[in-house]
Design a protein around this ligand. Sequence first.
Ligand code: PRP
Ligand code: MN
Ligand code: MG
Length: 182
Amino acid sequence: DSTVQEDIEKVLYSQADIQATVARLGKELTTDYQGKNPLFICILKGAIVFMTDLIRQVDDFVEIDFMDVSSYGNATVSSGEVKILKDLDTSVQGRDVVIVEDIVDTGATLNYLIKLLSTRQAKTIKIVALMDKAAGRKLPVKADYVGFDVPNEFVVGYGLDYAEKYRNLPYIGVLAPRVYEQ
Ligand code: PRP
Ligand code: MN
Ligand code: MG
C-alpha cells in the first residue's frame, strides 16, 4: 500500500503557483465583469476548489451556482458522453454567465454546457478554466480565461481526481502511472 504523496510522480503546480495564477484570473474577471453581477457556475466536482479560491479574488458583486456533470466516470480517458447529475438552481436567462472549470480536455463537457446554456438564453457565456490540456481536444472548444496550459499527462489534486481520490491535494501533480495501470 502506498501513501497519497507516494502516488504523485511529480508536482506540476505548487500551492504558490496556483495562488498567483488564481489571483491573476480574479483580477481579469473583476475588470471584465465590472457592474455586471455575473453568475459563476461551478462544474462539480472537479472545479470546487478552484471556484472557492477564484470567487474570493473577484472584487465586485458575483452570484454563484453549481452544476454536476460527469464524463469520465472512473476512467483516465473521457467517455465523451456527458450526463447531468445535478442541475442549476438559478435561471441563466439574460445573465452574464461564467463557467468555472478545473480542466478542459476533450471539450465534451464544455461543448455540452455551452449549447445547453445558450438554449436557456444566457446573455453571455464565458469559460474560465484553471487548466487547458490542448493535446486532448476532440471538439473545438476554447476557454476565454486560462490559468495553465498543461502537458498531456494525467493530473490530479486541487479538485481533480482519479477514481474520486486526490481531490484534496493542495497542489496539482502527475499521477504515477502504476496507480492506474494496476
Ligand atoms: C473532468 C473535469 C472536467 C472534464 C474535462 O470532470 O473536471 O469537468 O472532465 O474533460 P472533457 O473536456 O473531456 O469533458 P469529470 O467528468 O471527471 O467529473 P468530476 O469533475 O466530478 O471529476
Ligand atoms: Mn469536472
Ligand atoms: Mg473526474
